[in-house]
Structures are given as structure tokens and as C-alpha cells.
Write a protein that binds this ligand. Structure first.
Ligand SMILES: [Zn+2]
Ligand SMILES: [Zn+2]
Length: 337
């Protein structure tokens, strides 16, 4: 019979010492959370909605007749890109960071397209993102990536916020958002406009103007497009805070992630963005494919709808790269690799 090590005196004969060990093991077991215990309560409504949406998306992706319904696929890509552009150029670079200014027509366009992404009110998006930048990857960060990939990707939307997140959120200055009549109009009519622009208009157009199949239109727009937009946006908080280079500041968790950049219209250059959040380009790379949002902001600047574009000089970037970067910068970091 194997010895019961927990009841056998240790080699030095100290039973008292063993008791202490048992007590510490018991308290450790007590402090370890079971798989179904979470730091805050689950938002069951959100969790169910996200689960059903992703299940339907998976079913749609498997059964979708891609060749026969090529028009709907194209329409899903175009509408997804327009919504993504409004998230990156609108709620992110314009309303959260004020990295450029936008005239009324552009603000209306951005708010309209943003509301086709089926997300929170603009006010809440901006507030959460400002907290994220102020308290990045700490307990006060709504999607603190130190709590793991899934929490920063989607888990934070399925759980109640910690008190510290709420308290810090109350300290964020939101005056500019409250004074923007476009934001106020859209946020006041959130339920109506969100339903109309996310679930009705993108479905209505192909069915009534292009005679498309109702079932496949709903599947491609509601389940595939919508789920795609959500995951692309969430990827900036998860993938781009965990995987990739830290060319501009190796002491922070956000990274340079080419895949997130390609999917999120140039928003994956996230190490750069956390170091220079006021830069409207949110990256050094300026090509259309790697920074689509910059291309469109430049386009709107050309027609006079965007102005006062803020950016960082190349000399300043180089200085920061050489002092804080991890040596992976595509120009200034080569010598360190
Ligand atoms: Zn971030
Ligand atoms: Zn940001």
C-alpha cells in the first residue's frame, strides 16, 4: 500500500510543518476557480445571442452556394468593407482619437455606415476604447488581454464589467461626443436605426433591386457578414494584443499584426497605434491593401470632407523605434535582428 504522504511525518519529523502545508494546499484549491466560475456574472442575453449568431454563421458558411450566389458574396464583401471603414475611420480614428476632423456630410456617412455594423451606441464604443487606451491591459481595461485570448476577443462582451472598469469609465471625458449632434441623433434612435441599417437595408437592397434569393440574402448578410464584421473588430483586441511584433514599444502588449490589418482595413498595426494614437494613419504603411482606412480618409480630405489630419513625423517615429522598439522595424530595426 503506498504511503499516505499527507499523514506521514516529513523526514525532519516536523508534523507541524506538514499541517501548514496541508492548510496552504487547501486554501490554494479553494482559491482556484472551477471552469464554470467567472470573475464577474455572465450576461446571458449577450452570450446566447453571440452563440446563436456564430452557430448560424457556421451553418451558413457550410451550406452557402458560393458559385451560384456570387453576387450576394460580393454584396456581403462590399457592405462588410463599408461597415469596417466606418468603425476604423469613424468611431475609432475620428470620434475616439480625434486624429482628424470631419465635416457634417462625412460624419453622417460614417454614423450611417457604423450603424450597419450592429454594434453598441457610438458613445459606448468611444468610451470603452478611451478606457482601453488609458488603462491598456490592466484590470481597468474592458478587454484586458492579460485575462486571455478569448476574454479579450469576445468574453468581455458576455460578462458584466468589473467595478474598476465602470469607475474608470465614469472618469473619461466624453464632452465632445455629447456635443456632436450627429452622434446624439443616432444614439438617441439606437434601436430603430440599428435594426434598420444592420438587418433591414442590406437585405432589402439585393432582394428588391437585384431580385436575389431571400434565404441566401439573409444568410449572407445577417449571419455571415455581421459575424465577420464583429470578429474582425474583436481581433484587434485579441490577436493584435497577443501575436505579432512590437516594433515601436516592446514594453506594451499590443502588436503589429499583418493579418488583422488586411481584414480590418489597416487597423492591425496596433503597436504603432498604441504609441501614436493621435495619428490618423494608425500605421507607417500607407498602401491601399495594408491601410485601406488611410486611403479613404485621404480621399475624403481631397474632396474637403476631412481636414486637420494629424500624423507623426518620420524622424520622431525613428527616434521612438530606436529607443523603445523590439528591433523588428522594417527599416530601422534591421540592424538589431
Ligand atoms: Zn489596443
Ligand atoms: Zn485606438
Amino acid at each position: 500500500m503506498p504511503p499516505n504522504t499527507l499523514s506521514t511525518p516529513l523526514s525532519n519529523g516536523s508534523v507541524h510543518h506538514e499541517d501548514n502545508q496541508i492548510t496552504s494546499i487547501k486554501s490554494e484549491i479553494k482559491s482556484q476557480k472551477r471552469w464554470n466560475e467567472f470573475e464577474t456574472d455572465i450576461k446571458w442575453g449577450n452570450a446566447t445571442f453571440i452563440f446563436v449568431l456564430h452557430s448560424m454563421c457556421l451553418y451558413s458558411l457550410i451550406t452557402f452556394p458560393y458559385r451560384q450566389q456570387f453576387f450576394l458574396l460580393l454584396w456581403a464583401l462590399i457592405t462588410a468593407h463599408m461597415a469596417t471603414f466606418a468603425i476604423t475611420a469613424g468611431v475609432h480614428r475620428l470620434w475616439t482619437h480625434r486624429s482628424y476632423k470631419a465635416k457634417l456630410p462625412l460624419r453622417i456617412l460614417l454614423a450611417t455606415l457604423y450603424y450597419s455594423a450592429g454594434m453598441n451606441r457610438i458613445y459606448h464604443w468611444v468610451r470603452d476604447h478611451r478606457i482601453h487606451h488609458k488603462y491598456t491591459d490592466t484590470e481597468a481595461d474592458p478587454h484586458n488581454s492579460n485575462r486571455g485570448f478569448w476574454f479579450s476577443h469576445v468574453g468581455w462582451l458576455m460578462m458584466k464589467k468589473k467595478n474598476i472598469v465602470k469607475q474608470r469609465g465614469e472618469g473619461i471625458d466624453m464632452t465632445d461626443i455629447l456635443q456632436d449632434p450627429v452622434v446624439q441623433f443616432f444614439d438617441r434612435n439606437y434601436a430603430k436605426l440599428n435594426t434598420l441599417l444592420t438587418f433591414i437595408v442590406p437585405v432589402f437592397i439585393p432582394i428588391f433591386f437585384f431580385n436575389q434569393d431571400v434565404k441566401w440574402t439573409i444568410m449572407s448578410q445577417i449571419f455571415i457578414r455581421y459575424t465577420y464584421i464583429l470578429n474582425v473588430t474583436w481581433s484587434v483586441n485579441s490577436f493584435a494584443h497577443i501575436y505579432g511584433y512590437r516594433s515601436y514599444d516592446k514594453s506594451i502588449r499590443s502588436t503589429e499584426n499583418v493579418w488583422v490589418s488586411l481584414a480590418a482595413s489597416g487597423e492591425g498595426w496596433h503597436n504603432y497605434h498604441h504609441v501614436f494614437p493621435w495619428d490618423y494613419q494608425a500605421a507607417e504603411l500607407k498602401s491601399f491593401i495594408f491601410n485601406t482606412t488611410k486611403f479613404w480618409i485621404d480621399f475624403f480630405a481631397k474632396i474637403g470632407w476631412a481636414y486637420d489630419l494629424k500624423y507623426v513625423t518620420a524622424q520622431h517615429v525613428q527616434k521612438v523605434v530606436e529607443t523603445k522598439g523590439d528591433g523588428t522595424h522594417f527599416i530601422h530595426g534591421k540592424s538589431k535582428l
